[in-house]
Design a protein around this ligand. Structure first.
Ligand code: PEP
Length: 254
């Protein structure tokens, strides 16, 4: 397989209190420090967990990330958390553009563009999520949708900036539904995504871009998905909340 970085990233969403989150991170930390994984591993946690977890996490084997950050630098934005604050906890990554943020919190391509710029400016790497709804897939519009999402929020970046972007393709109809895209369906659109990155930034950048699949990925279907040439790992929701489940997916790279 190609040489680009393979990654399994967990998205904890709004799950686990601080104590439970620390316990899960400690368990993963110990397991992955003892048996080095064959891929990069990242956990993205609620904001309030970050500083505590960063204290003990061996970031040589597990990266730490937030699930969101603000679209403003600082100031009178009650309840928001800035990219600089995220970075100052010791986290290195941030998920942006998740379909739950786009859907439930009305995050537009314009807002996401600002968030991406602020994340990069503050030294965070971005896991940028794209993906179509069931209706859009049934209308055959999936390629159009992911292209517009990339053009709307990340294709404004310079080539140097774009190197800090990890793409996560997450068909909305597969998130938390138990319905996974087939490996062939996922591969087809991953290859398309890589081709439009190549058109924009050139083949070398496209070949180096990690493109994750997300949507009901679990230990049982990860090997088939990860065997595809353009699928470089997964962004994992539900199955990242238990160490054994998450390790099962990480071990799909063995
Ligand atoms: C996600 O929301 O990023 C995700 C992939 O969720 P799940 O694995 O639970 O479908």
């Amino acid at each position: 397989k190609n040489m680009r970085k393979k990654i399994v990233a967990g998205n904890w969403k709004m799950n686990m209190n601080l104590q439970d989150g620390i316990a899960l991170a400690k368990e993963l930390n110990e397991t992955l420090t003892n048996e080095k994984p064959n891929c990069g591993v990242i956990i993205c946690t609620p904001f309030i967990h970050l500083a505590s977890i960063a204290q003990f996490l061996n970031q040589d084997v597990i990266g730490l990330g937030a699930e969101n950050c603000a679209d403003k630098e600082k100031g009178a934005y009650t309840g928001e958390v800035s990219a600089e604050m995220v970075k100052s906890t010791g986290a290195q990554y941030v998920i942006l553009g998740h379909s739950e943020r786009r859907g439930y919190y009305a995050e537009t391509p314009e807002i996401l563009k600002e968030k991406v710029l602020l994340a990069l400016k503050n030294g965070l790497k971005v896991i940028f999520c794209i993906g179509e709804s069931l209706e859009e897939r049934e209308a055959g519009k999936q390629n159009e949708v992911v292209k517009a999402e990339l053009e709307g929020s990340v294709f404004n970046l310079t080539e140097e900036e774009f190197k800090n972007i990890i793409i996560a393709y997450e068909p909305i109809w597969a998130i938390g539904t138990g319905k996974t895209a087939t490996a062939d369906q996922a591969e087809e659109i991953h290859a398309y995504i890589r081709s439009i990155i190549a058109e924009k930034y050139g083949q070398a950048v496209a070949d180096d871009t990690t493109i994750l699949y997300g949507g009901s990925c679990k230990a049982s279907n990860a090997p088939e998905l990860f065997a595809k040439p353009d699928i470089d790992g997964g962004l994992i929701g539900g199955a990242s909340l238990k160490a054994a489940d998450f390790m099962g997916i990480i071990n799909a790279w063995k």
